[in-house]
Design a protein around this ligand. Sequence first.
Ligand SMILES: NC(=O)c1ccc[n+]([C@@H]2O[C@H](COP(=O)([O-])OP(=O)(O)OC[C@H]3O[C@@H](n4cnc5c(N)ncnc54)[C@H](O)[C@@H]3O)[C@@H](O)[C@H]2O)c1
Ligand SMILES: [Zn+2]
Ligand SMILES: [Zn+2]
Length: 399
Amino acid sequence: MSASTENRGVVYKGAGKVAVESIAYPELAIGNRKCDHGVILKVVTTNICGSDQHMVRGRTTAEEGLVLGHEITGIVVECGRDVEFIQQGDLVSVPFNIACGRCRSCKEGKTGICLNVNPARPGAAYGYVDMGGWVGGQAEYVMVPYADFNLLKFPDADQAMEKIRDLTLLSDIFPTGFHGCVTAGVGPGSTVYIAGAGPVGLAAAVSAQLLGAACVIVGDMIEDRLVQARSFGCETIDLTQDGDMADKIEAILGEREVDAFVDCVGFEAHACGCNHGKEAPATVLNSAMSLTRAGGQIGIPGLYVTEDPGAVDDAAKQGALSMRFGLGWAKSHSFHTGQCPVMKYHRPLMQAILFDKVKIADAVNVEVITLDQAPNGYAEFDGGAAKKYVIDPHCSVTA
Ligand SMILES: NC(=O)c1ccc[n+]([C@@H]2O[C@H](COP(=O)([O-])OP(=O)(O)OC[C@H]3O[C@@H](n4cnc5c(N)ncnc54)[C@H](O)[C@@H]3O)[C@@H](O)[C@H]2O)c1
Ligand SMILES: [Zn+2]
Ligand SMILES: [Zn+2]
């Protein structure tokens, strides 16, 4: 048993507001359902994500009181009765998808749509609306179910702590960006357009380079984020400027289409050019069809929702968007949506970090903050800071 019985976490307090509060110390259970297959983690790092911002901006049906946080790395302090291989003291990365390892989806490696962890729909995550009610990990302690299946143990905890700013990104955005590129068909010599220079877009851009892309172009409206993309060799397009996107691609590549397109924006997309202040939820999907070569693939890690109370029109409130789907059909595009199945990628990407093949923390500009600084981190991130905020609840990184 661990010594502590106290816990503090980041709590959603209604649109635009989060607070750090005392929360219950985790149990090996969710409601009446026992989790003898679970462990309790002392959280070492837990990152703030653009996915959290959709909730905090009031753009989902998340209820006040939700404990946030799905990007978790921690030390095992207690193992449930049925945990066989993970041990107390292990330093582990937690995939943000919760997966049972026993259902049809999990057996096919599709851990983002596990059938047994969310009574409402396939797929679950920690601290997320509609994702099964699992308590979030932007906290001092958190419970992780099906621990033997879900957790990635770092081979050497001391060595891992030296690279923790990079390894903390294995719980979500590095695999997510990589998956976006893999599903877009990125390989050696590809030309790639990445929509969005937030942390997921930047992670996708580094991933495209790791996969051997010839040219990676990143588009956004926030200049600081484009500077960040250029810092590791990407071409950029400033979307506040008017003009045809194909012309801008042609100015860089000498041709008007890319081989692969990755949407790292999602449903809160803004219009480009003179309308860049206005929301236009289908704009990235429509650009994807215009700008991707015939037969090309489109990776869509950016999140799209089934309910959006803050949407621009009634259709979008139900997640129905105005897409020119006929164009994508005519060009034989394939579209790849959904949660990233983190487990498919986290081990090889861990090895790439440990063997110095990639500098993901520098690319996304990791900034480590304390738990008490989390509300400020949320506000700065929402303001468009070119940073990935990593909460260090026990000051184990800064110490
Ligand atoms: N599929 C998954 O498993 C998964 C995992 C993590 C995050 N996500 C999603 O990925 C998306 C990005 O996450 P993030 O943390 O980088 O968020 P973010 O909000 O920091 O980044 C989004 C960026 O898109 C830019 N943008 C807005 N409209 C644009 C447009 N038309 N073209 C290009 N850029 C535009 C914004 O200025 C912003 O910089 C979110 O929707 C998030 O929910 C999905
Ligand atoms: Zn995330
Ligand atoms: Zn499952």
